[in-house]
Design a protein around this ligand. Structure first.
Ligand code: FEO
Length: 182
């Protein structure tokens, strides 16, 4: 059984993951409007992945006998000055996610909830990748500056990204009661 403290922190993180998804969906819409379809694809995939992060926490709370309470999702920004600014915002956002995950891990350690601490290890590793991906794109965008050819090449590269759900997620809770979440 989850403690009330952890239940509250994970519920808040479910909301934050869905908020993250909404931010990236908004960034995807911005890129579509800028006719950068590869960038739009990359952000669309990112938005999908965030949904599966939220659902991984959703399943976990249910599997541990907790109660998920969903809350209102904050409105994201809708416009940016440049692709570089989008990825700088992405990086900043991911550092906030990292500190939130670390904070939940700290609570789990303090409460000696080893199951929650173990579940969080996947997210801790994932955050290293999330921050690195954003940093890499910031560096690439800084290298090409405002060159149309450079942007076009990055756009083609980002069009290749395919959706990979978080492992063990029983999307939208289907099968959660049978212990489908890992
Ligand atoms: Fe779910 Fe991008 O952290």
């Amino acid at each position: 059984m989850l403690s009330k403290n952890l239940e509250k922190a994970i519920n808040s993180q479910i909301n934050f993951e869905f908020y993250s998804s909404y931010i990236y969906l908004s960034m995807s819409a911005y890129f579509f409007a800028e006719n950068l379809k590869g960038f739009a694809n990359w952000m669309g995939v990112q938005a999908q992945e965030e949904l599966t992060h939220g659902m991984k926490f959703f399943d976990y709370v249910n599997n541990r006998g907790g109660r998920v309470i969903v809350d209102a999702i904050k409105k994201p920004e809708t416009t940016w000055a440049s692709p570089l600014e989008v990825f700088e915002d992405t990086y900043k956002h991911e550092t906030i996610v990292t500190s939130r995950i670390n904070n939940i891990a700290d609570i789990a350690l303090k409460e000696k909830d080893h199951a929650t601490h173990a579940m969080l290890q996947w997210f801790i590793t994932e955050q290293v990748e999330e921050e690195a991906n954003a940093q890499e794109l910031i560096q690439e965008l800084k290298r090409v500056k405002s060159s149309a050819d450079g942007l076009f090449m990055i756009d083609r590269e980002l069009a290749q990204r395919a959706f990979v759900p978080a492992p063990g997620v029983t999307l939208f809770g289907m099968g959660a009661a049978t212990g489908g979440a890992a």
